[in-house]
Design a protein around this ligand. Structure first.
Ligand code: SDX
Length: 434
C-alpha cells in the first residue's frame, strides 16, 4: 500500500490491485493532524496495524495537549508550569472537568461539593480487614474503589448527567480517604476521618499522618508540596491507564469500575509503578561509583534492567513535570532540613545518563517519576504508597476523560481488531488420535 497526501486527504492505494481510497485528514487546534481511517476496513477490507498505538489517535479530546518534542504539557490550554506555580489542585480539578478556571464563587462551591463527599460509607472499613496487613496498597485501592459501586448505587447510571456529576465528585473526594485508610491499615493504626475544615491536600496529610492521641498540623510547605504533586499528576492525555478507563467506560460500565480498571493499569512499573521502581533502583545503585555499571546494564539489550524514571512514549525532550518536581525536591528537602543522599545520587545519575549518546540519541530524558519518589520519601510516605498517590491525583484526569467520552454523542464501544497469525481452519482431533 502507498499513501499520497492531497490537500485535505490522503489517497491510499493497494499496489496489488491498483484500487485507491481517499481518507480525510483532520486538523486539531495544535499538534499532529490525523488521517481519518474509519472507512478504511469497509472500503479496502484491510485493518491498520499499530501494536502499542505508537501512531494511533484513539479519540478526539479537549482536555490535555502534549508536545513531546518540545516538552510541552497544557491542560485546557494552560501550561503545567503556570498551573503548578499559580493554581491549586481544586482549581485544576475544576478546570479539567469544566474546561475553564473557576471564579471565586465557582471555586468555593466546587470545593464544598468535593468536601461533602470525602467520607466513606462506614461499612467500607470492613473491606480493609479482608486484606493482609502487608498487602500492597495498590491491591487495596483496586479492590476498594471497585467496591464503591456496591455502596453508591444512586450514582451508577451513566445516562443520567446528575448521577455522572455525583459519581465524579465522589471519586475525586473519596480517593484521599481510601488511600489514607490503606496506609493506616498497613501500619495497624486507626483510620482517621476527613476534616471538612482542611484543604484537599491538608486533609489527606491529616488522614495519613495524624493519630488520635495528639494534635497534627501539616506544615504549609508540605501541604503546598503535596498539592503541587497532585497537580503534576492530574492528567496526561491518552496514556495507558486513561485509555483503560475510556475502554472500560465505552462498554457502559459504571464509573467506579472504570476508575478501578485505571488504577490496575497504572500499577505497572512501565507506567505509574515507575515512581516506586525509581526509588528501589536508586537504593540498588547505592553509591555514585556504581552508576557506570548500571548505565551499561540499562543499555544492554540482553539485560532486562532499564533506567526507571527515564524515557517516555511521548516526551522526546525533558518531561516538564520532572523539571517542576526537581525544583520541589530541593524546596521540600531544604524545608525539612533533610540531606537525602538519594537526591544527590539521582542528580548524578541524570547527569551521567544525559552525557551518554545511548540516552541522548534515543531521546530518553527523566520523566515525572524520576524525582517524585525522593520528595514522597522525604514526606515520610513508604515506597509502596508512591503509586497510590499517583492514582489519587490521576483520578480527576481519568474522570474528566471518562466524562468527555460519555458525553460524546458519537462514542461507541472500543473494539480493536488484529492481525491473526494462528492456525487456519482444521478438523477436530479425537482423543485417541492425539
Ligand atoms: C508514566 O504515557 C504517559 O503519559 C505515562 C505517564 C502519565 O503521566 O500517564 O507520563 C506516566 O508512565 C511515565 C513513564 C514511567 N515509566 C518508566 O519510567 C519506566 C522506564 N521507561 C521505559 O519503560 C520506557 O521508556 C517507557 C515504557 C516509558 C516508554 O516505552 P516506549 O515508548 O514503548 O519506548 P520503547 O520501549 O520502544 O523504547 C525505545 C528505545 C528502546 O531501545 P531500542 O529497542 O530502540 O534499541 O529506548 C530504550 C528501549 O530499549 N529505552 C530504554 C528506556 N526506555 C526506553 N532503555 C533504558 N532505560 C529506559 N528507561
Amino acid at each position: 500500500m502507498t499513501a499520497t497526501n492531497n490537500k485535505n486527504s490522503v489517497t491510499v492505494t493497494d499496489n496489488r490491485t491498483g484500487h485507491s481510497w481517499d481518507m480525510p485528514i483532520l486538523q486539531g487546534t495544535c499538534g499532529p493532524n490525523v488521517i481519518d481511517i474509519r472507512k478504511l476496513y469497509s472500503e479496502s477490507g484491510c485493518f491498520t496495524y499499530d501494536p502499542g498505538f505508537t501512531s494511533t489517535g484513539s479519540c478526539d479530546s479537549s482536555i490535555t495537549y502534549i508536545d513531546g518534542d518540545e516538552g510541552i504539557l497544557r491542560h485546557r490550554g494552560y501550561s503545567i508550569e503556570d498551573l503548578a506555580a499559580k493554581s491549586d489542585f481544586m482549581e485544576v480539578c475544576y478546570l479539567l472537568l469544566n474546561g475553564e478556571l473557576p471564579n471565586q464563587s465557582e471555586k468555593s462551591e466546587f470545593k464544598n461539593q468535593i468536601t461533602y463527599h470525602t467520607m466513606l460509607h462506614e461499612q467500607m472499613q470492613y473491606f480493609y480487614r479482608g486484606f493482609r496487613r502487608d498487602s500492597h496498597p495498590m491491591a487495596v485501592m483496586v479492590g476498594v474503589v471497585g467496591a464503591l459501586s456496591a455502596f453508591y448505587h444512586d450514582s451508577t447510571d451513566i445516562r443520567d448527567p446528575h448521577q455522572r456529576l455525583i459519581a465524579s465528585h465522589r471519586l475525586i473526594a473519596k480517593m484521599p480517604t481510601i488511600a489514607a485508610y490503606a496506609y493506616k491499615y498497613s501500619i495497624g493504626q486507626p483510620f482517621v476521618y476527613p476534616q471538612n475544615n482542611l484543604s484537599y491536600a491538608a486533609n489527606f496529610l491529616h488522614m495519613t499522618f495524624s493519630v488520635p492521641c495528639e494534635e497534627y498540623v501539616a506544615s504549609p510547605a508540605l501541604v503546598r508540596a503535596m498539592d503541587r504533586i497532585f497537580i503534576l499528576h492530574a492528567d496526561h492525555e491518552q496514556n495507558a491507564s486513561t485509555s483503560t478507563v475510556r475502554i472500560a467506560g465505552s462498554s457502559g460500565a459504571n464509573p467506579f469500575a472504570c476508575i478501578a480498571a485505571g488504577i490496575a493499569s497504572l500499577w505497572g512499573p512501565a507506567h505509574g509503578g515507575a515512581n516506586e521502581a525509581v526509588l528501589r533502583m536508586l537504593q540498588q545503585i547505592g553509591h555514585k561509583d556504581n552508576i557506570p555499571a548500571f548505565i551499561e546494564r540499562a543499555k544492554d539489550k540482553n539485560d532486562p534492567f532499564r533506567l526507571m524514571g527515564f524515557g517516555h512514549r511521548v516526551y522526546k525532550n525533558y518531561d516538564p513535570r520532572a523539571s517542576v518536581m526537581r525544583e520541589s525536591c530541593h524546596e521540600v528537602l531544604t524545608e525539612l532540613g533533610i540531606n537525602d543522599p538519594l537526591l544527590e545520587l539521582a542528580m548524578e545519575l541524570e547527569r551521567v545518563a544525559l552525557e551518554d549518546p545511548y540516552f541522548t540519541e534515543k531521546k530518553l530524558f527523566p520523566n515525572v517519576d524520576f524525582y517524585s519518589g525522593i520528595i514522597l520519601r522525604a514526606m515520610n510516605f513508604p515506597t509502596s504508597m508512591f503509586t497510590v498517590l499517583f492514582a489519587l491525583a490521576r483520578t480527576v484526569g481519568w474522570v474528566a476523560q471518562w466524562k468527555e467520552m460519555i458525553e460524546d454523542p458519537n462514542h461507541k464501544i472500543s473494539r480493536p481488531r488484529q492481525l491473526y497469525l494462528g492456525a487456519d481452519a482444521r478438523e477436530f482431533v479425537p482423543m485417541d488420535k492425539r
